[in-house]
Design a protein around this ligand. Structure first.
Ligand SMILES: [Zn+2]
Length: 66
């Protein structure tokens, strides 16, 4: 395992869906509305808040497999 340019990876896991909050109203979002694999190591989640209708995207970068 080498230190690399990964960012926001320290506690990222494959199923790390369960701790996203709506930035608008603070409602907990349990699962992304849509997940798009941009590469082997990057997934973009599209979130949509049921409470206020706010939609946003997050990019998740996975550490390279050892
Ligand atoms: Zn919301």
């Amino acid at each position: 395992m080498t230190p690399s340019i990964n960012k926001e990876v320290s506690d990222t896991r494959l199923a790390d869906y369960s701790k996203n909050k709506c930035p608008q109203c603070g409602e907990w979002l349990l699962a992304p509305e849509w997940s798009e694999y941009r590469s082997e190591r990057c997934v973009r989640h599209t979130w949509s808040c049921d409470m206020c209708g706010y939609a946003f995207e997050t990019d998740v970068f996975f550490a390279a497999a050892a």
